[in-house]
Design a protein around this ligand. Structure first.
Ligand SMILES: NC(=O)c1ccc[n+]([C@@H]2O[C@H](COP(=O)([O-])OP(=O)(O)OC[C@H]3O[C@@H](n4cnc5c(N)ncnc54)[C@H](O)[C@@H]3O)[C@@H](O)[C@H]2O)c1
Length: 359
């Protein structure tokens, strides 16, 4: 039985907990959050044995095998380094860090400690996306030519209640990295773009500012439009992100939704839903040679991507092998997110090869 520490008991910890609920190989053993009341409440809910009063106290407990770091982005590098030095395996929420230098520090620390490490990026476990990759690899749409993603942020009466403190750190560039939509949420989509069609050569982004609550001064970096070119072949990528405050989205998590179209030389894959639902369409469809095939019964609950992501790392820890995304994959996704930020600020095309990033 793998004993897990949750470091950070905020909003996303609820979905991480789903991965351990019926797990026969791992359990939530302990929790740490500076908000001790929150940690106590969640420990009672999830049946965790211990609530620690400091991160160091938790890391010095020899019973803990794996640390799930579920804290604001600016704490990731330090907390991952400390967990590695304490000899714990690490699952670290995305984005792995705020800068490439921090990402390298984490990779060095886990390498030195010889612990298992992965960045928790659930989108690449979402079953319709996994099926899309399988179809691309099987040649079902021919040579991939474009990745086209539309992201819509709306409202949803059933959506999660996100407490103000979970927004505040995201709007502070020192803790959230700046660009709350493109760098924070869209990290997932950049990671997905690489996962499905490979590494990116260059990117250009355009973003506007929108105040989320009138007079609050809290702005998000939308509407936004991003274009990129993949390293291999002729494929290009596009993404547009808008905030449509009166757009009703059926969701029990975040009130946003995305639709993906991947066009190949002989067909098109449509992934019609992700975190929420807009239209009553099959989760996945493929059009090829005049025929549309719908995958009606594919599991499309967003929670499943969390459960499957947890299972994958537990497999790696108990059976050997590697999780789906390596540290390098996570670094590539971080690099693309940073390049998008850089292009949005400067208005120029950013090349991702290491020597050109930052020009
Ligand atoms: N995979 C996804 O879809 C997804 C969704 C949301 C958030 N996330 C990621 O999860 C992380 C947390 O996001 P959230 O939405 O849960 O934020 P949140 O604000 O709801 O929770 C963060 C928690 O960390 C705690 N914390 C602060 N300092 C700490 C410390 N030093 N040690 C331990 N705990 C500390 C806070 O008290 C809070 O409870 C972020 O990196 C975010 O990018 C991922």
């Amino acid at each position: 039985m793998i004993n897990v520490l949750f470091a950070g008991c905020g909003r996303i910890s609820d979905l991480h907990a789903r991965g351990y609920r019926d797990n026969k190989r791992a359990r939530i053993y302990g929790l740490y959050d500076p908000d001790q009341e929150k940690a106590e409440k969640k420990a009672a809910l999830w049946g965790a044995e211990k609530v620690f009063s400091s991160y160091f106290e938790a890391l010095s407990d020899p019973a803990i095998d794996l640390v799930e770091i579920l804290t604001p982005h600016n704490l990731h590098c330090t907390m991952a380094g400390e967990a590695a030095r304490a000899g714990k395996h690490i699952s670290l929420q995305k984005p792995m860090a705020l800068t490439m230098e921090e990402a390298d520090q984490i990779i060095e620390a886990v390498g030195k400690a010889g612990v298992n490490f992965r960045v928790y990026e659930n989108f690449v476990y979402y079953p319709p996306y996994v099926k899309a990759l399988e179809l691309i690899k099987s040649g079902a749409i021919g040579e991939p030519l474009s990745f086209n993603l539309r992201v819509r942020c709306g409202y949803s009466p059933g959506a999660w209640d996100i407490p103000l403190e979970a927004w505040q750190w995201r709007f502070n560039p020192e803790s959230g990295g700046g660009c709350p939509i493109m760098f924070d949420h869209n990290y997932h989509n950049f990671s997905l773009a690489i996962y499905l069609l490979g590494k990116v050569e260059k990117v250009v982004a355009w973003t506007e500012e929108t105040e989320i609550i009138e007079g609050s001064g809290m702005t998000v970096d939308v509407p936004a439009s991003v274009m990129w070119k993949y390293e291999q072949g002729k494929a290009i990528g596009m993404m547009d992100v808008v905030m449509a405050p009166e757009l009703l989205i059926d969701s029990c998590h975040y009130a946003d939704e995305s639709r993906l179209e991947i066009t190949g030389s002989s067909g098109i894959i449509f992934v019609n839903r992700c975190t929420g639902r807009l239209q009553n369409r099959p989760p996945l469809e493929i059009y090829s040679r005049g025929i549309t095939t719908a995958y009606e019964n594919i599991d499309c609950s967003w929670e499943s991507s969390f459960v499957l992501a947890t299972e994958d790392f537990i497999d790696a820890l108990t059976e050997g092998g590697k999780p789906r995304l390596s540290a390098l994959d996570a670094k590539n996704a971080l690099q693309l997110s940073l390049a998008v930020k850089q292009s949005a600020a400067s208005g120029v095309t950013v090349f991702l090869s290491a020597d050109k990033l930052g020009e």
